[in-house]
Design a protein around this ligand. Sequence first.
Ligand code: 13P
Length: 337
Amino acid sequence: MSIQNELHSTIQRLVQPGKGILAADESHPTIAKRFKAVGVESTEDLRREYRSLIFTPPGLGDFISGVILFEETLGQNSLDNVPIPKLLESQGIVPGIKVDKGKKPLVNAPGDEITYGLDGLDDRLEIYKSQGARFAKWRAVYNISDTLPSRQAMEANAEMLARYAALCQSIGIVPIVEPEVLINGNHSIERSAEVNEVVIAEVFNALRRHRVQLEAMILKPSMVTPGSDCAKASPEEVAEATLQVFRRVVPAAVPGINFLSGGQTPEEATRNLNAMNSGGQQPWNLSFSYGRALQEPAQKAWAGKLDNANAVQHAMLERARLNGAACSGSYKADMES
Ligand code: 13P
């Protein structure tokens, strides 16, 4: 298959009505934090057990089109001894891979951060592709205050995202471009809108500069919400503020916008996505690429015990199904069990 056909085919598999992406690409420190919250130590075997369980509920492929994996998981076998990428493919789910190396402070820009990982990325992408990955993710992180993020941080992170995306496309891997504007803080929803607008506009400037094919990428943004220290906005307010920003800065050529959950509760993330899809047709498919909002109930149900396998799979499938409904605006609160 030509590179162009590979990109096209992966986009068609990832961007489907009623389906979204499961982010299960937590780095070792992050998954350790999630496991600790349910009283489990993070070991390679336990990570393999937990992830094998959440990837295998029968019917998961009806609601999940792709799974983002961490490097370790891409090379692991499931509990039934099947390579994880193969296991996902057998359910019609596209395997993807987180390729950035995490964030560090941006030098000479107090309070801002920059994502690392471009060095050697071309070689790593070839290896990931040979292991079965068909799409990738790179996360840039922006803190909000009255003065942050700085222009310096916006330009530097946009440049990294664009160079990563161009590199991915050059070898037939679909890039997920994730500019996460953090929810942490006491900022208003208006301030969140203002920051998201300039951040995303800067990202698309850089994508154009690097000639990234907008038709062959997915945007993974934050929703526009008030800061986590403030009272929550209603789903209608979140939907209106978020869509206003995207209509201004996200070209219609982008096939899919798959939101991160960024610290919203599972129910909140589903309600907000549902509200966005309740207002009629938008230029892009609006879906989810949640980590915590899909996995939290499954992690609680598991608590480190294989005996809880059925409960884990039920919890995983349930959140996937409810978010699948939110993709068409047909989620109702009484669907929560
Ligand atoms: P959350 O949905 O938990 O924010 O995770 C999504 C993600 O992939 C962050 O990079």
